[in-house]
Write a protein that binds this ligand. Structure first.
Ligand code: ATP
Length: 180
């Protein structure tokens, strides 16, 4: 079976009342006319997913996660921790309709800069929109069970390591202010 290795991120930032995370609404092919009842029901629902993409040759998976997050959401973010790998099999809708075994490594990333959804026009082929949603309850909004689990791990990590995550980037911005 063909294998694909991708990496992606849960990007978080503090909002007034808790954490927010960045998600994308991927562009999906329009459903076939003969789609069954399940397909029709699915096609009406907005699919939300985590930003991710294929690991390039010579690239570390965490570098891919940061790069794909930048390309698909417009956000610059830094690594906090590895969350987990998810695995799934899908059938290509193009070419020989081959089955693909896919592994995606997800990282928790902390937002640094950039405006969500300010992405290269070429990325619109893949991303309909990128948006911030509250981290609390985000797992219910994501389409895929593997990604829901990743978000639960991010929620748990932020509860047990909130001081550590708050400190990321805080020192460098203080230094920058002092030297101004
Ligand atoms: P990448 O974002 O890694 O470049 P891609 O956009 O080419 O990849 P996927 O996002 O893996 O491909 O989508 C291929 C198929 O797998 C689609 O039918 C999609 O609905 C499905 N899919 C995507 N993510 C998951 C998941 N976490 N669990 C199960 N199926 C998924």
């Amino acid at each position: 079976m063909i294998r694909e290795i991708s990496a992606g991120g849960v990007v978080v930032r503090r909002a007034e009342d808790g954490w927010e995370m960045a998600v994308i609404e991927p562009q999906r092919e329009p459903p076939a006319d003969d789609a069954g009842a399940v397909g029709k029901r699915k096609s009406q629902k907005v699919v939300l997913a985590l930003p991710k993409g294929l690991v390039d040759a010579g690239e570390k998976s965490e570098e891919t996660a940061v790069r794909e997050v930048r390309e698909e959401t417009g956000l610059l973010a830094v690594r906090v921790t590895k969350l987990r790998d998810i695995k799934y099999v899908y059938v290509r809708t193009w070419g020989d309709k081959e089955r693909v075994f896919k592994i995606v490594s997800f990282f928790l990333l902390k937002y640094e800069s950039g405006r969500i959804d300010e992405i290269d026009p070429e990325m619109r082929i893949e991303v309909k929109q990128a948006l911030w949603i509250p981290l609390e309850g985000a797992e219910r909004k994501l389409a895929y069970s593997g990604e829901k689990e990743v978000v639960r791990l991010a929620q748990d990590y932020l509860i047990s390591h909130s001081d550590e995550v708050d400190a990321i980037g805080a020192e460098s911005s203080r230094v920058a202010k002092k030297t101004k």
